[in-house]
Design a protein around this ligand. Structure first.
Ligand SMILES: Cc1ncc(COP(=O)(O)O)c(C=O)c1O
Length: 416
């Protein structure tokens, strides 16, 4: 930590502005946990979590493919060295332009019946034959109830009726399915029941619909601890054990690639947001530390504060992924503060809006103007989900610290 702070302090001195720093060692140790516990599974990195190229490249070097949610993410995966069969492109509303751009670069997962027609017609125009996947809105919920309406995929209960249509394309053939219901699950039993249900669906697609199944993409869901008070870590070893059982059960009936998508599990805690105090003031009993970039640097803590303003005390806020997960997710560290003298402060940004609050009434070491503030859990859904263009400030930088201590920087912080 001390060495890290030295690096952070030097970066702040050199670049004189707020930034994100991502730590390869942490990403690597999270990847290792998955590879060791799930040797029979393949992993895709959900690029939307954090598309910073050095991260995608590192993840690719560990054998991960890409869960790409746009044509551009397909290109990002390809540039990071991921081969065709490891890039699965799944999102609703793909246009023919998206399909033309990616058909030779990724396994496309159709998100609707119309999309199957679109992919087939692009393949026809190009005079090629393609294998594709289909996203299915499974009739199942994590909480043991029936499925619900969704904008994603096609409803499971429509498949049999559409069998002829699904199997009648001239230039495409369905060889896999994709299901994703929810993120941030910490109960290994829930995840395992969900996987089991999807594998059963895969078997149904093989036996009843006659598909030559090559893969089952089980989607995302591996959660991490946000709230130190309320969250119990996902028991990876137990999940691994449950998964072994599942594989033994289905192994001789269905030989397919079993794929898990993951994002936050590998990058969230590897990222920190760094800003510095530019002013300190008091107003009617509240002490404000004004930082260079608050909401427009890292929006998730501000969204948490905003939601709390509208929510009765002690009520259980519903997670609204990926903008909000829990209320007490972020740690605020002022390494140069006076650890012997704590005070209650609110950390706010320099935008002309009252919602620009990172944290309200936190007990923190007494700080002075110029001190650095570090915010934890900034590696996923952070830079890309923050309103970095608001009010025309320069952009936060992004830095990648590799295991040899080398630092890679994002291009520029200019908004021009
Ligand atoms: C289809 C799909 N897969 C995987 C993920 C990754 O989720 P997480 O970052 O929670 O692992 C997401 C996130 O939104 C998703 O939509």
């Amino acid at each position: 930590m001390e060495n890290d702070f030295h690096i952070i302090k030097n970066l702040m001195k050199q670049y004189d502005g707020s930034f994100y720093i991502y730590d390869e060692k942490k990403i690597s140790s999270q990847i290792q946990i998955l590879l060791e516990n799930f040797p029979q599974f393949e992993f895709l990195y959900s690029i939307k979590t954090n598309p910073f190229p050095p991260i995608v490249k590192f993840v690719a070097s560990k054998g991960f493919g890409a869960d790409a949610a746009s044509a551009q993410e397909v290109i990002t995966g390809q540039k990071a060295g991921m081969p065709y069969e490891k890039i699965l492109y799944s999102s609703p509303g793909k246009t023919s332009k998206d399909i033309e751009r990616t058909i030779d670069k990724a396994m496309i997962i159709a998100d609707s019946y119309n999309e199957l027609v679109l992919i087939n017609s692009v393949a026809q125009q190009k005079n090629i034959h393609k294998k594709v996947g289909l996203r299915i809105n499974i009739d199942f919920s994590m909480d043991g109830e029936k499925g619900t309406s969704s904008k994603f995929g096609v409803d499971e209960n429509t498949l049999v009726k559409q069998k002829e249509f699904l199997n009648g394309f001239s230039n495409i053939k369905i060889v896999g399915i994709h299901v994703h219901l929810r993120c941030q699950i910490l109960d290994h039993g829930k995840i395992c029941r969900y996987y089991e249900r999807i594998i059963e669906l895969g078997l149904f697609c093989k036996e009843t619909l006659g598909w030559e199944m090559e893969f089952i993409n089980l989607g995302g869901g591996l959660g991490i601890v946000y709230s130190l008070i309320n969250d119990t870590p996902l028991d990876i070893e137990k999940l691994s054990c449950d998964c072994q059982g599942l594989i033994q059960r289905f192994n001789d009936k269905l030989k397919v690639r079993l794929i898990i998508e993951t994002g936050r599990f590998i990058t969230c805690e590897a990222g920190r947001y760094v800003t510095r105090i530019v002013d300190i003031k008091e107003s009617l009993g509240t002490k404000y530390l004004i930082v260079e970039k608050g909401l427009n640097g890292f929006s998730r803590p501000s969204i948490a504060e905003l939601l709390m303003d509208y929510t009765p005390e002690n009520s259980n806020l519903k997670a609204s992924e990926p903008l909000f997960t829990t209320k007490d997710a972020f740690e605020f560290i002022i390494p140069e503060g006076d650890t012997f003298d704590h005070e209650k402060v609110s950390i706010v940004g320099s935008l002309c809006t009252a919602t620009d609050i990172l944290v309200k009434d936190a007990m923190l070491p007494k700080a002075k103007i110029g001190d650095i503030v570090i915010v934890s859990k900034a590696g996923s859904y952070s830079y890309s989900l923050s309103p970095i263009l608001f009010s025309s400030f320069c952009l936060p930088f992004q830095f990648y610290l590799n295991s040899d201590g080398e630092i890679f920087r994002s291009g520029t912080n200019s908004i021009l």
